[in-house]
Write a new protein. Structure first.
Length: 377
């Protein structure tokens, strides 16, 4: 059974908290989502040590010090500086992996100090769920909190193995993710509209299968729509498509869904479909305006270019003006777009997850969450 930070007794939260977050975005919205958990911990714990990662750097087998040739662009020093601004508090950046030295420094620091450890993915054992590394990480704290939903679908040392060494809790944001996503999986108000776009078709397979008999409508744009149009025999030219032979076989079955709506027109450039067209917009908006629940992951087109962002903006605005809908949106591109256009606050819940949200909604077990369930401390 998962222990939730929000329900923990005060005496359980003494000493140093080891907090796993996810800073791996182009902007700070995931960091902002973690601020309530950090403030909560500062109220009860003596100190807070934050673990996170950025990008996919080449990992090196080291136990202490900073590796030679390490990619400074993927270091977390700038994230530590951003956190200082958001939190309004000094942040101690631990720039290497000398765990005994860090443990001593943390112990000697004043109460309510906050620390950020360098990018965990510089360490070879992180993505291998290495127990030795997990034990070293655990040595920096007295209890562990996972508030990194966005990466909880990864079986990493700082998410899974670490729970074998410390009392472990789900953070405030992780608890919210599980609550709201479970709500739309189990008892969604109808009509339920699932909107799927973005650059990865294969990532949408699980949610398409899980909600096959639950969704009233699937509205598809992006690579998933392109791939399905191709499978229908539409000439899609150089449009973004993906999926191996097995994925394509499964996607072909999706074409038989009676609740599936694909684009009927589109905007293209250089033989590539880059946004949904006006007629498709009208089809989509007609379903959205009557929805009571909306799940959205992935933009309808290439939103990096303004002329191909119209479909995504139309969908976002229609959801935002529906006063009778409970809406969930997730995925880096989608959330960044909503925040840019100041529409995020109009949604019922903004998920910090991309792939993690899709896998959770597909009914998959996420390693980071399963590890919390197994924790016996």
């Amino acid at each position: 059974m998962i222990k939730y930070l929000s329900k923990a007794r005060e005496k359980e939260l003494t000493g140093t908290a080891l907090l796993r977050l996810d800073f791996n975005t182009k902007n700070e919205w995931r960091m902002e989502a973690a601020i309530p958990t950090i403030r909560f911990l500062l109220k009860y714990a003596d100190k807070v040590v934050i673990l996170s990662h950025r990008g996919r750097p080449a990992s090196i087998k080291i136990t202490a010090g900073k590796p030679k040739g390490f990619d400074n662009t993927l270091g977390l020093s700038r994230d530590a500086a951003s956190l200082r601004t958001l939190l309004g508090k000094r942040i101690n950046f631990l720039s290497d992996f000398d765990f005994p030295a860090h443990k001593k420094f943390i112990a000697e620091s004043p109460r309510k100090s906050v620390f950020v450890l360098e990018n965990l993915r510089f360490l070879d054992g992180e993505r291998k769920n290495d127990k030795k590394l997990a034990k070293k990480l655990a040595s920096l704290g007295d209890f562990y909190v996972n508030d990194a939903f966005a990466v909880s679908h990864r079986k990493d040392a700082s998410l899974a193995a670490i729970t074998g060494f410390l009392p472990s809790y789900a953070g405030l944001e992780l608890e919210k993710e599980m609550k709201f996503l479970s709500r739309v999986m189990k008892k969604p108000k109808k009509p339920l509209v699932v909107i799927l776009g973005g650059a990865k078709a294969r990532d949408k397979l699980g949610i398409l299968e899980f909600f096959k008999n639950k969704a009233d409508w699937f509205l598809l744009g992006g690579a998933a729509a392109n791939t399905l149009l191709f499978l229908k025999g539409v000439k899609t030219g150089k449009s973004l498509m993906n999926g191996d032979a097995d994925d394509l076989k499964k996607l072909r079955r999706v074409l038989g869904y009676k609740n599936l709506i694909l684009p009927v027109d589109w905007l293209a450039e250089k033989s590539a479909i880059l946004d949904i067209g006006g007629n498709t917009e009208n089809l989509f908006l007609n379903k959205i305006k009557n929805a009571k629940t909306v799940i959205w992951s992935g933009p309808m087109g290439m939103v990096e270019k303004r002329k191909f962002s119209g479909g995504t903006l139309a969908v976002a605005r229609e959801i935002a003006k529906n006063n009778n809908v409970f809406s969930i949106a997730g995925g880096g591109e989608t959330v960044t777009f909503l925040k840019k256009h100041r529409l995020a606050q109009k949604f019922g819940f903004i998920s910090t997850g991309g792939g993690a949200m899709l896998r959770f909604l597909a009914g998959e077990k996420l390693p980071g969450i399963e590890a919390l369930k197994r924790n016996k401390s």
